[in-house]
Design a protein. Structure first.
Length: 318
């Protein structure tokens, strides 16, 4: 059991190629706020990225070079340009979607191609509260010369696949952007773990806490207590509580409840299992106790949540 992989799976994080960009001379394009996380891999040339901050103000432009990978975890409004002072035009989203379906590139500027980028988007399940992307800074930038060998290698595969499309290239690219995300996270967390300290993501830097999380993930229906978890880990209750609180910013019990409610929320929405069956699957022998816990964390009882979640899922564009 891998806690990060498990969290990504339960949160339904899935990447898809969004757009290929061939930048020539004197070009600039802007995107509005996106509901999904956005990633760019620069496969050739260079460009300038400008993002909006939390107050919708423009931050300083960042130069992107070949081999660089950037992630905008919250899909913040941004612009990419051939030079930082150029005024961008709003992206033709309909054209970009059509090019994505046909495998074509969004050609910007005039002359010969100088810059090539591959853009990807990552959807995640909003019914799950344990989101990875909300724990990251607005811009995660991994320089090509500071990336891991694995990240560099995956970006090179992206470059090769986009340069010479073959049978099932769309499938290959979608799989590769998932791999790029994992390698980017590994690389960033290895250097910036302190920025996520006090969250479940930062807690992965503590082996004891990671093992505690792993056991709870592996058996969410087991009647865990802090005492029984500590015994399973061969440490004292006080040691586990202190380490868990310091690393994750919450107690083992609070973490377990949140994880159970995420699992229950997905099962309520995606299956026709009874509330009693869902309750048992996440460790509650009492439906009443499960209803109370679920209502406390989701602000509505399970049956109502199931109706609302299915309605929202049906309304979301595919």
């Amino acid at each position: 059991m891998d806690v990060l992989a498990d969290a990504l799976a339960v949160a339904g994080v899935r990447g898809t190629v969004a757009v290929r960009i061939d930048g020539r001379e004197e070009w600039a394009v802007a995107w509005a706020q996106n509901a999904d996380a956005v990633l760019y891999a620069v496969t050739a040339g260079s460009a300038w990225l400008t993002v909006a901050d939390a107050d919708d103000r423009t931050a300083a432009p960042v130069e992107l070079r070949a081999g660089d990978v950037v992630l905008l975890p919250t899909g913040v409004a941004h612009a990419i340009a051939s030079d930082p002072d150029r005024t961008p035009k709003v992206c033709d989203v309909a054209l970009a979607d059509e090019l994505r379906r046909t495998g074509g590139a969004l050609r910007l500027g005039v002359g010969e191609p100088r810059t090539q980028l591959l853009g990807a988007s990552y959807r995640h399940d909003r019914v799950v509260s344990r989101h990875l992307f909300t724990l990251l800074p607005a811009l995660v930038h991994i320089r090509g010369n500071r990336a891991s060998t694995a990240l560099d290698g995956t970006v090179r595969l992206l470059t090769q696949e986009t340069a010479a499309p073959q049978l099932a290239t769309a499938v290959v690219l979608d799989r590769l952007v998932d791999v790029v995300l994992v390698h980017l996270l590994r690389c960033w967390l290895g250097r910036h773990a302190e920025q996520t300290r006090g969250t479940w993501l930062g807690a992965l830097a503590d082996p004891l806490v990671t093992e505690a999380m792993t056991r709870m993930h592996r058996e969410p229906d087991r009647p865990w207590s802090t005492e029984s978890l500590a015994r399973a880990l061969a440490v004292s209750r006080s040691t586990l509580t202190r380490r868990f609180q310091s690393a994750a910013g919450q107690s083992p019990g609070a973490y377990l409840t949140q994880w159970r409610m995420d699992l229950a929320a997905r099962r309520l929405r995606d299956t026709d299992d009874t509330v009693e069956t869902v309750a048992r699957s996440v460790g509650y022998t009492s439906v009443y106790a499960f209803n109370r816990a679920f209502s406390r964390t989701r602000s509505m009882p399970p049956a109502r949540f199931r109706r609302e979640a299915r309605r929202l899922q049906a309304d979301r564009p595919q």
